[in-house]
Design a protein. Structure first.
Length: 254
C-alpha cells in the first residue's frame, strides 16, 4: 500500500510510526508526506497553481532531503490512498476549507484517479493552552474538538471521501481514559504515545487490520506497556464506532 499525505507537521506526527507499525504485522505499507510546517489548504492550492517545488518529501517517517511539487508527487507512483487535512488553527472553521479543498481534490483525481481519498481529522489543542484559550477563544478543548469533527465531516461529505481518519476523536478517547498528555507543546502530538496512537489509528482505518497483537515498540520516547494497551483499546473502539457510522453513508473502510 502506498499512502501520500498532502499535509503539514500534523501528518508528520501521524506518519512517524505508520510504516513500522505495518512492518511489525508483515504488511507492506509505504507512507509519504508532503511537508510544509503550518501549511493550510489555501497554501496547498497556491502551490498546486504555481507548480513550485515547495514541499519537503518525507518517506516512512523520515526526511528524504528531496523537494518536490504537488504535481510531481501525485505522478510519482500509483497511490492507493491520498490524505488531505486543514492546518490545525483553521480546522474548526469549515469556511476556511473552501474553495481550496474542492480544487485540490479535482486536481488529485485528475492526476491520481485510482487513489482513494482520506480526510485526516486533526485534533484539538491541549486543555488550558494559550493557543486554545487566547488564539482561538475556546474555553474547553472539547468545544474545539466538536467544531473540528463537524468541519471534517462536512469536508468528507463534500468531496465524497472514502475514509475519515478520526485522530482527533482518538486523542479525546485517550484523555478520557486517564492519559494525562497526548501533546508535546500543547498542539503537536507527543513523540512517543501521541504519535503512536495516531499511527495505530491510520493503520487500522486504512488497512482494516486488527491492531491488538501488533508488536511495534521502537519509540522515540518511552511508552509503557500500560499505555500501549490503552492506545490499542481506544483506537479500536473509536475506529469501530466510526466504521458503523459511515456504513450508513457513502464511506467504506478497507
Amino acid at each position: 500500500m502506498n499512502v501520500l499525505s498532502i499535509g503539514n507537521s500534523f501528518s508528520t506526527d501521524a506518519q512517524r510510526y505508520l510504516h513500522s507499525i505495518a512492518k511489525a504485522d508483515g504488511f507492506e505499507l509505504n507512507s509519504f508526506n508532503l511537508f510544509i510546517g503550518g501549511c493550510s489548504l489555501e497554501r496547498h492550492y497556491k502551490n498546486m497553481v504555481s507548480g513550485e517545488r515547495a514541499y519537503t518529501l518525507e518517506m516512512n517517517g523520515q526526511d528524504t532531503g528531496f523537494n518536490v511539487s504537488l504535481g510531481e508527487a501525485l505522478l510519482n507512483r500509483c497511490w492507493d490512498v491520498i490524505t488531505v487535512q486543514q492546518v490545525s488553527q483553521e480546522s474548526p472553521f469549515y469556511d476556511t476549507y473552501q474553495p481550496y479543498l474542492d480544487k485540490l481534490i479535482e486536481y488529485v483525481r485528475e492526476l491520481a484517479p485510482k487513489a482513494k481519498i482520506a480526510v485526516h481529522q486533526t485534533w484539538a489543542y491541549e486543555q488550558g493552552s494559550e493557543r486554545l484559550n487566547n488564539e482561538l477563544k475556546y474555553n474547553d478543548y472539547k468545544e474545539m474538538l466538536s467544531d473540528i469533527v463537524d468541519s471534517y465531516k462536512k469536508a468528507a461529505d463534500r468531496i465524497s471521501a472514502d475514509y475519515v481518519i478520526p485522530s482527533g476523536e482518538v486523542f479525546d478517547a485517550m484523555l478520557e481514559n486517564g492519559i494525562e498528555k497526548v501533546h508535546r507543546d500543547t498542539f503537536h502530538a507527543s513523540l512517543g504515545f501521541g504519535r503512536y496512537s495516531l499511527g495505530l489509528t491510520w493503520y487500522s482505518v486504512l488497512t482494516g487490520n486488527d491492531i491488538e497483537k501488533n508488536t511495534f515498540s521502537d519509540f522515540d520516547e518511552e511508552v509503557s506497556r500500560q499505555h500501549i494497551a490503552i492506545a490499542k483499546r481506544c483506537v479500536a473502539e473509536v475506529v469501530e464506532r466510526k466504521k458503523k457510522f459511515y456504513k450508513r453513508s457513502m464511506y467504506t473502510y478497507a
